[in-house]
Design a protein around this ligand. Sequence first.
Ligand code: FUB
Length: 329
Amino acid sequence: MSEFNKPLITHMYTADPSVHVFEGKLYIFPSHDLEHEATNDHSGQKYAMKDYHVFSMEDIGAPVIDHGQALHIDDVPWATERMWDSDVGFKDGKYYYYFPAHDKDGIFRIGVAVSDKPCGPYKPEPDFIPGSFSIDTAVFADDDGTQYIYFGGLWGGQLEYWRTGEYIPFDGETGANGPQGDEPALGPRFAILSDDMLSYKTKPQEVLILDENGEPLKASDIERRYFEAAWMHKFNGKYYLSYSTGDTHFICYAESDNPAGPFTYKGKVLEPVVGWTNHHSIVEFKGKWYLFYHDSSLSGGVDHLRCLKYTELEIAPDGTITTVKPYGN
Ligand code: FUB
């Protein structure tokens, strides 16, 4: 279909799509990339975003509506910079916006903001979620009503600093204090959200991703190990964790019988795109499955100026996903 694989939003730069069906429509919660002079380093300082806009589509192929600014960093008392990949959950008539940002000490934390409508505006809580850290939130509501939040990202996302459960920053190249070689790679973290959706009911735990022999993926397995951009979907009763491999630029996925894992690596969802980052979400809408992702094609390849795209996703009855080649064969 012709609307697929083209920039979905062209009046501003957008990235990191989190997509849900709310009120019978597709709601898109992306990052809002800003134009500025950029320094390339492993800390991700060029991703200097300050606000979020919410978008919706009535149907596949329908115009994308920009509902305007839903949240700005100036309205978040604890946050100083870098509003990165966010996601929105829903419970009992209210919408909850989970977003990462640097706190006053330059530590990534996760905040929550609340609205009666998916498009906002959202009112932030005065402080970040206690015990929160790192980046890239994804909310998953299971059929039994349990609400999970997944998060975590390497390098600029600071997950290595929390390797022991305590914040231990490393003065040097980001990532150098993470696992190396044959050591198990770091997995994303998850927590169950509290009944009021404003905090974590459980302490964040690591999600294990295993190889075909039941061994944790190794840190050196850089084409398969977790880097950032966790997303969860459920298909025929099984749970699928998909994620970016960061410096090798794939979106991969792994399967489990349990949303807490362990997950077993299954394959690739999306091949590398134009630009360094690769980031996605997977959503079912009107009986079909879609992959939303981004690339840097709209800006002519500038890493931190990205645009959203989407395509239909082929999923076999056993959950196997046909790898998307974003620019054809
Ligand atoms: O948009 C900033 C960061 O780039 C996200 O948090 C990562 O997932 C990557 O897409």
